[in-house]
Design a protein around this ligand. Structure first.
Ligand code: TPP
Length: 279
């Protein structure tokens, strides 16, 4: 999908395209946090051209229309291979991928698994509203058991996956979860971009129409304030298990922040070093 022609020529990070998200959608918070992050980076001397963004298909994907960066609105589930291609083509770019939970954990799950292994320096943001929102609320792999919609009238009968545990078990070097709050988004993006390697950020983004907030904001607590040691994989796993995506209406607390961080060899650096050495 192309951005507005007027936007391409402009230096502003705004495209001027009017958002078509529902009024009050938490995607506005993610958009604002991302733009705040970019504006501060640009004020410090970065250029718009230093960044690239990719989005998949769904409500989340519209973010691509609202931020004036180069990139691609790619196929459903193919955000990560598109990001990898961009990063290999120009490793100097800071690359952001945006997916929904359907995009990331259903259509794109195979790419997510390998992205964690490859450890390319990509910042991946998953807008997890626990439904396929754009197609009006079908269950995804992180929807809770018992959830009903027209396609699943007897309720979901399978347990949700826990993406934080999945990422930790695959050796991802930066694993975080935040609530869809403008400041939280800006702060976690700062940390993710500083981190060299694959940064996985899951954003709890209640869909106000098809999967409303069941008190997430009251249930979250900061891992950092709780003294969590983000260098300890066993502790990270324990923290990841505290919220299983099934206990939607119960009182379980939900840890947010960085679960785990470890610098590991970065895919494109290793590959390009090899290629140069052979030439
Ligand atoms: C390969 C493919 N399968 C299915 C669709 C239909 N489709 C379009 S949007 C969408 C839902 C996207 O849900 P999610 O990724 O969770 O994003 P959200 O809308 O919740 O932000 C689906 C299933 C598609 N466009 N392409």
């Amino acid at each position: 999908m192309m951005k507005k022609e007027s936007a391409i020529k402009s230096e502003s990070i705004n495209t001027g395209t009017k958002p078509t998200w529902c009024p009050g959608c938490f995607n506005f918070q993610i958009l604002a946090g991302f733009k705040n992050f970019l504006e501060k980076e640009i004020a410090k001397g970065k250029k718009r051209e230093d960044f690239a963004m990719v989005s998949g298909i769904g409500c989340h994907a519209k973010i691509y229309d609202y931020v004036n960066l180069n990139g691609l609105n790619t196929l459903h589930g193919r955000v990560l291979p598109t990001c990898l291609g961009i990063k290999l083509g120009n490793p100097k770019l800071t690359v952001f991928g945006f997916s929904g939970d359907g995009d990331a954990y259903a259509e794109g799950i195979e790419h997510l698994i390998h992205a964690a292994r490859y450890n390319s320096d990509i910042n991946y943001i998953v807008h997890n509203n626990q439904v396929f929102a754009l197609t009006v609320g079908q269950p995804t792999p992180t929807t809770e058991e018992g959830f009903k919609d027209k396609t699943t009238p007897y309720g979901v009968k399978v347990h949700p996956i826990n993406p934080i545990k999945l990422m930790l078990s695959l050796g991802a070097g930066f694993v975080a979860r935040v609530f869809a709050d403008v400041k939280e988004i800006e702060n976690i993006l700062k940390e993710a971009v500083k981190h060299k390697g694959f940064s996985f950020i899951e954003v709890l983004q209640p869909c106000i129409i098809f999967h409303p907030d069941t008190g997430y904001r009251d249930r979250i607590y900061s891992l950092e304030k709780a003294g969590h040691d983000k260098t300890n994989i066993k502790e990270a796993m324990k923290k990841a298990e505290e919220f299983d995506y099934n206990t939607i209406s119960e009182k379980t607390r939900i840890p947010v922040g960085i679960f785990y961080q470890e610098e590991k060899p970065v895919f494109e650096e290793v590959i390009l070093r090899e290629v140069k050495g052979k030439r």
